[in-house]
Design a protein. Structure first.
Length: 371
């Protein structure tokens, strides 16, 4: 695996990397990470950070112990810690003249299709203006029922949403072992994981680390998500200085190999839609454009059927009402009914706003010939 061949990388950071065992903020490590990310940016690689640390930094700032906090106290501490966390990254990145953007997500934001689409577009727009999206779970509002509880699985969901090539999962150890290498010198290092079977799960239980909320088990859960959606995932040692350059140079990490490529994974996700609530009838010009690999624009839409919202999967029909494909829409049925037949640059005037130029982007569209 050549990490530098990735076009988009998600880097997951645990709170134990930001705050050391002396309860001190590891500013030197953060500066090293920023150096690494600057290196990746110069290679034309987009980078997204998923980080923990808000509660840990909030506790440090308020001089509180995390052990005795109740849920409502966690939420209050997290709100203060988020400021500390962003200030830490802002200070480090500003020295490289790099801007950052903060995104707070809950479980619902990644599992609900419409919210997921909103998160994807926000992250894409932050990247478009050459800033670094920094994602964290929204501990200020999330309850035990609607929270991940660890950022391992959140980072995998972010990787899926953003169509990332690689997720780098930094840990306090350099990968997956058959047993805990800190307590058993005979533990064997696992370089490649092609499927997460019972044996791999057993290894994770044996090699679980003691830091953070997750551990190796939640990293395997993240691995499942990545492998099923065409994203590479690596677990590497993050406690070293300049951890990205270190893993590139030494090439010691556990690599979770995707079970499918990203394109097929996206198509499977669209095709797996259980119920489509509506459809769009397109003219011959639009149909020809779709067959040539182009997105569906409002100008080629003749009629709208059914009730649906932005982010729903709907059917695409030709003028004879034959199903030619399906896709995820950027507008609701009411909005499309207003803009059908209009050019993309007229959407703003018609609706008073514009979600995006395409009604269905080619990345969110599957034609019958591809099924």
């Amino acid at each position: 695996m050549n990490l530098l061949s990735s076009k988009k990388i998600v880097i997951k950071i645990g709170s134990s990397l930001l705050i050391n065992h002396k309860n001190e903020i590891n500013i030197k490590w953060v500066k090293g990470l920023v150096d690494d990310i600057t290196f990746l940016l110069k290679k034309k690689i987009e980078v997204i950070i998923v980080t923990s640390g808000a509660i840990a930094l909030g506790c440090k700032y308020l001089n509180l112990s995390k052990k005795n906090l109740k849920l409502n106290e966690f939420q209050a501490v997290a709100s203060i810690g988020q400021i500390e966390l962003m200030n830490l990254f802002k200070s480090a990145f500003s020295k490289k003249k790099i801007k950052i953007g903060q995104i707070l997500l809950t479980l619902d934001d990644t599992e609900n299709r419409r919210r997921s689409l909103n998160a994807k577009e926000t992250i894409a727009n932050i990247l478009k203006i050459k800033a670094i999206p920094i994602v964290n779970e929204n501990d200020t509002t999330a309850t035990s029922e609607i929270r991940y509880g660890d950022n391992d699985r959140l980072s995998a969901r972010v990787s899926q949403i953003c169509n990332a090539d690689t997720l780098i999962m930094f840990s306090d150890i350099d990968g997956l072992y058959t047993e805990n290498p800190n307590t058993n010198k005979k533990a064997k290092f696992i370089e490649i994981v092609k499927s997460i079977d019972e044996t791999i799960k057993k290894y994770a239980s044996s090699s679980i680390n003691e830091y953070g909320t997750g551990g190796m088990i939640t990293k395997l859960e993240a691995g499942k998500i990545c492998m099923a959606t065409g994203c590479n995932m690596i677990i590497a040692k993050g406690t070293v200085q300049n951890p990205v350059k270190k893993l590139i140079k030494e090439k010691k990490y556990t690599w979770f190999v995707p079970q499918t490529n990203k394109i097929n994974a996206k198509k499977k996700w669209i095709l797996s839609s259980i119920k489509n609530n509506g459809s769009i009838i397109v003219d011959k010009g639009a149909l020809n454009a779709l067959l040539q690999g182009k997105s569906l624009l409002s100008v080629g839409i003749k009629q709208v059927q059914g009730l649906f919202s932005r982010g729903d999967t709907i059917d695409i029909l030709d003028e004879n009402k034959n199903k030619v494909g399906l896709g995820v829409v950027s507008y609701s049925n009411n909005e499309i009914d207003k803009i059908k037949g209009a050019k993309s640059d007229q959407i703003q005037n018609i609706l008073g706003y514009s979600s995006r130029g395409e009604v269905i982007h080619i990345d969110n569209l599957v034609l019958n010939k591809n099924e």
